[in-house]
Design a protein around this ligand. Structure first.
Ligand SMILES: [Zn+2]
Length: 392
């Protein structure tokens, strides 16, 4: 079913340990050499330490907009996971291919690369752009540099497909996310004399209660979108650390919270409410006891939601190239599609082989059937690019 070339590419890609904390340059170098073999030049956009890079390449003319196929090269860690095979070595068993990144999302990248010989052999009236990023799994960070470069290009892609694992279904909307770290700086004292101190854990717990109250309001009043499994914006505190010993009034408490929001939600308003509550309700009583106390908020990650209309050209085009589709979907996990759409105005959908259920877990796999479907999709897309897509 799937070609030896595709499996060789996938085996090579998963063998590079591109866990987000590591460099992805060996993988990028491999892709660059591979493309060069077929006469395709690519541009690398490095991070500030030059230990990671995005890659951007165009097959066909750079004078007119093409279709972008995009994926991230980094993978989540395998630390502490109970793998039954070497996660960085592709293992085939019962029609499935096991390795870290097989589904999320080196399977898609391998399919795109496997089609490059076809794309270069035939002449494309509409070009194909290949965009590979780093540091997606840690908050869609790397792609921002690629987007900065693309913003300066005279011609940008007319549309994009982000190959995150969706079981080859078309996803046209996803939630956005903002994550924060809050540091409450109180003042320590002997717990027998608590009025001399400012209890950082107490203040942090008031903030937790406020965040829960915001969540409760949203759960009752919306906005809602029933196309999502969880139909509303969610707020949650994920970690909290404070205090050193029971008989000391805690000086410091650090908590992290996130907001996963519907594209329609005014998330800036929510964040402003939280900041306002901190400044007007939580800080004054602390500072009344001891002026040099306070609360700092740091943004950890932030990416926008995605909301592409059902009748957008990219939705119809991608659906027409799929064998069977159940209509478009909305998903709760994020992707780079929201950034491409929001920052560059490139309408993008998410569609790729494998399931998000297998992603990020031990024994991650992509099935042969999914790879086969993806190859048929990209091959039909190539036919379309050869004929040319009218751009309006
Ligand atoms: Zn992913």
């Amino acid at each position: 079913m799937v070609s030896d070339d595709l499996l060789r590419l996938l085996a090579d890609l998963v063998a590079f340990d591109t866990t987000s904390r590591r460099s992805n340059l060996e993988l990028i170098d491999y892709v660059q050499h591979y493309l060069r073999r077929y006469g395709v030049d690519s541009e690398l956009i490095f991070d500030e330490t030059r230990s990671k890079a995005n890659l951007y390449a165009t097959i066909g003319t750079t004078d007119s907009p093409g279709v972008m196929l995009s994926g991230h090269t980094d993978v989540v860690p395998v630390d502490g996971q109970d793998w039954h095979t070497d996660p960085f070595s592709l293992v085939s068993r019962d029609g499935c291919f096991y390795a870290r990144g097989s589904a999320d999302m080196k399977g898609f990248i391998a399919c795109v690369l496997a089609q490059v010989p076809q794309m270069t052999r035939r002449s494309l009236r509409t070009s194909a752009h290949i965009a590979l990023s780093y540091d997606e799994e840690v908050g869609c960070i790397g792609v921002r540099r690629l987007i900065e470069l693309m913003a300066t290009l005279p011609v940008r892609p007319m549309m994009g497909v982000i190959g995150e694992p969706t079981g080859m279904q078309v996803v046209r909307a996803h939630k956005g996310k903002q994550a924060f770290r809050v540091t409450v700086r109180g003042r320590s004292s002997h717990s027998a004399y608590p009025t001399e101190g400012v209890n950082a854990v107490d203040t942090a717990s008031e903030l937790v209660a406020y965040i829960r109250q915001l969540q409760q309001n949203i759960r009752v009043h919306g906005p809602f979108d029933d196309a999502y499994t969880v139909p509303n914006t969610t707020l949650h505190v994920g970690t909290i650390h404070g205090g050193t010993a029971l008989n000391i009034v805690p000086e410091k408490c650090v908590l992290e919270f996130e907001i996963r929001h519907l594209p329609e939600q005014d998330v800036d308003r929510l964040v402003a409410d939280i900041r306002g509550h901190i400044a007007t309700v939580l800080e004054p009583p602390m500072q009344a006891v001891y002026p040099d106390t306070g609360i700092e908020i740091e943004v950890l990650t932030s990416y926008p939601g995605l909301s592409i209309q059902t009748d957008a050209a990219v939705v119809g085009l991608v659906q027409s190239l799929l064998d069977d589709t159940e209509g478009t979907q909305k998903i709760s996990f994020g992707s780079e599609a929201g950034l491409f759409a929001g920052e560059l105005g490139i309408p993008a959908v998410v569609c790729g082989p494998g399931s998000i259920q297998q992603a990020h877990r031990a024994d991650e796999y992509v099935s042969e059937e999914q790879l086969d479907r993806c190859m048929r999709f990209i091959s039909k897309l190539t036919d379309l690019l050869v004929d040319g897509i009218a751009f309006s």
